[in-house]
Ligand binder design. Structure first.
Ligand code: ATP
Ligand code: MG
Length: 630
């Protein structure tokens, strides 16, 4: 069957389509109803079915592959490497489940996981799934204020954490941040479980804090049966990246998510049982949930959990892991590839990458030069895929597992099965059906399995935020601009709040950024719209030069600025030419690597940049401030 027909069936006969996908996982009791959309925009999948994510990720592989590596942990921060077979993973998850139970955690209770990238973090997630506790993983290293707001929102009975993490060899003590967060939070957890890596000193609060190792000793032989959960029960909550404002607590189910991941492993990633999957993300993000922990394990693959940077000890570290563990499928983000692009390309050729079949990239627009650079360097297909924390798995990409289709540079691809993706006019709500008409990318309900159920404890915010932004239509807005070409391929042109209106011309920041980054002297660039009394708005560009000497050399900077402007003039026309191109050594990004354009824009306009809890490095924003107030 070709993809077009496969897709049509998923839309025209969703029940028949998803019943088939549901066979990819184990059910304790089969679902009675496949899709219940009687109360839009809420969609319930596999109603009446009972299952368990941990059973599907771990237990069911004990029969066929007990000794195959399940979790491969590598840390270039602490020089650690540990491999857990499915049998060993099963034992650790049982121990952790027993530990959580001993701390009073039961079905429906929340457990907040604030951990570095260590195996215990995966054990804790799977243990929660096993006993029906709802995990809420918060990216490790977030400071106390961000953590406190998430503790208040999730109200966890227990928090699982560690003494510290490490980044670029520098230890970050987590425990003081956690203690401060709990102090700030109006809600207090009953228990804190702490993995001690020997990285940072920890003060324990008597009666509340428990050490992992001694507690584990007490539960070495624990056998904790999987709790059979309703498909529609809550598996976890996770916060969006906070690129555009206050993070939203995305709530996900059990059965729909398990089926969506199992299907995506086969149809999109083509990962096979027995092979190795390597996602370079962090468990704090949705990619880490879906494609470090649950997806690969559900598919019976070995999964690599990597703590460290892509360039330490050198820029060959990822490829060394690909060779060593015969990775077949890899998942990363454009931002990470751009980091590698600043390094010697010889690293891409240093190791045997013959096992690798593809590199999937998601999280932000993949510009053509970056895609070409990594694709040529590795000699494997690069698969752009577009999705959101809210969706849990790709919305737009190429489903090579159904039918190999050529990718188009700059496009993440076509709508995935189950997703009714449309482009609507942002103010009239009219559907734009002609090729290359630009509008808001929306999804019509019912949303497919795996998609968010609601905003945690806030159905109203879910409806108001996502389903009521287009006048007269109840559709889910992605808040991204897009077009669809004559072949049905989508192009994402940036976020709906990232549009610049120069004298009545509406320009996407992404288009201008693409143009600027095609200049060989530019490594990376951010474009924002800045209020202008004459033109309404003007485009302003902040670029990282390839040659850092430009930063200290006013004449060189002026020359490069002029050259960049010429490129934009030629490619997009003078209307898109930025009023200035300023050079910086670093751009402000979220911890997940997304450009914080709203913060740059605020600084350029002399406003308060607002919620910056998810910023990676505040000094990046300071550089921009300094350019304005030297
Ligand atoms: P918040 O919603 O809190 O502002 P966020 O949108 O950055 O944060 P995520 O869910 O992590 O949180 O990111 C999803 C967004 O990332 C998408 O809506 C889109 O803007 C961008 N994105 C993801 N993948 C791609 C891609 N392949 N191409 C272009 N943009 C992408
Ligand atoms: Mg978002």
């Amino acid at each position: 069957m070709g993809y077009a027909e496969f897709y049509r069936r998923s839309i025209d006969a969703p029940d028949a389509f998803w019943v088939e996908q549901a066979r990819l996982i184990d059910w304790h009791e089969p679902p009675r109803r496949i899709c219940d959309d009687s109360r839009p925009p809420f969609t319930r999948w596999f109603v009446g079915g009972t299952t368990n994510l941990c059973h599907n990720a771990v237990d069911r592989h004990l029969r066929d592959r007990p000794d195959q590596p399940a979790l491969i942990w590598v840390s270039t921060e602490t020089d650690g490497e540990r491999v857990y077979s499915f049998r060993e993973l099963h034992a650790e998850v049982n121990r952790t489940a027993a530990m959580l139970k001993s701390l009073g955690v039961g079905k429906g209770d929340r457990v907040l996981i604030y951990m570095p990238m260590i195996p215990e973090a995966a054990f804790a997630m799977l243990a929660c799934a096993r006993i029906g506790a709802i995990h809420s993983v918060v990216f490790g290293g977030f400071a106390s204020v961000s953590l406190a707001s998430r503790i208040e929102d999730a109200e966890p009975k227990a928090i699982v954490s560690a003494d510290g993490g490490s980044r670029a060899g520098k230890v970050i003590a987590y425990k003081p941040l956690l203690d401060e967060a709990i102090r700030l939070s109006r809600y207090k957890p009953q228990a804190v479980l702490l993995a001690d890596r020997g990285l940072a000193p920890m003060e324990r609060v008597a009666g509340r804090d428990h050490d992992w190792a001694p507690l584990r000793e007490k539960h070495l032989d624990a056998q904790v049966p999987c709790e059979w959960l309703q498909s529609t029960d809550v598996s976890y909550t996770i916060y969006t990246s906070g690129t555009t404002g206050r993070p939203k607590g995305v709530q996900r189910d059990v059965g729909g998510y398990a089926v969506a991941l199992a299907a995506s492993m086969e149809l999109i990633f083509q990962g096979r049982a027995g092979e190795t999957y390597f996602s370079t993300s962090d468990i704090g993000w949705v990619v880490g949930h879906s494609y470090i922990v649950y997806g690969p394990l559900i598919a019976g693959m070995s999964t690599i959990m990597y703590e460290g940077l892509p360039i330490r000890p050198d820029a060959g570290i990822w490829w060394q892991l690909v060779e060593k563990y015969k990775v077949t499928v890899m998942f990363s983000a454009p931002t990470a590839v751009r980091v590698l692009k600043k390094q010697d390309p010889a690293f891409l050729k240093k190791y045997d990458l013959s096992s690798l079949r593809g590199l999937f990239l998601a999280g932000e627009p993949l510009d053509e030069p970056t895609a070409r650079w990594i694709g040529d360097g590795l000699g494997v297909p690069i698969v752009d895929n577009y999705w959101q924390t809210e969706s849990g798995w790709p919305i737009l990409t190429i489903a090579n597992g159904v039918e190999p289709k050529p990718a188009k540079l700059g496009s993440p691809g076509v709508p995935m099965y189950g997703y009714k993706v449309k482009i609507l006019h942002e103010s009239t709500g009219e559907e734009l059906v002609r090729p290359n008409e630009k509008g808001v990318v929306v999804i019509e309900g019912p949303t497919p399995p795996g998609f968010m159920q609601t905003v945690w404890r806030d159905d109203e915010r879910f409806v108001r935020t996502y389903w009521e932004s287009i006048p007269g239509k109840q559709v889910y807005s992605t808040f991204d601009w897009g077009i669809r070409d004559e072949d049905g391929y989508f192009y994402i042109l940036g976020r709906t709040d990232d549009v610049i209106n120069v004298a009545g011309h509406r320009l996407g920041t992404r288009e201008i950024e693409e143009s600027i980054s095609s200049h060989p002297g530019v490594a990376e660039v951010a474009v924002v719209g800045v209020a202008d009394p004459m033109k309404g708005q003007v485009a302003m560009a902040f670029a990282i030069p390839k040659d850092s000497a430009v930063l200290g050399d006013a004449a060189a900077a002026l020359k490069l600025e002029g050259d960049v402007m010429k490129v934009v003039d030629q490619q997009l026309g003078a209307v898109a030419r930025p009023s200035r191109v300023r050079f910086v050594s670093l751009l402000p990004k979220t911890r997940s690597g997304k450009l914080l354009r709203r913060a740059i824009q605020a600084v350029c306009e002399g406003r308060d940049p607002g919620d910056l809890t998810t910023i990676e490095d505040p000094s990046a924003l300071q550089q921009i401030k300094d350019l304005f107030n030297p």
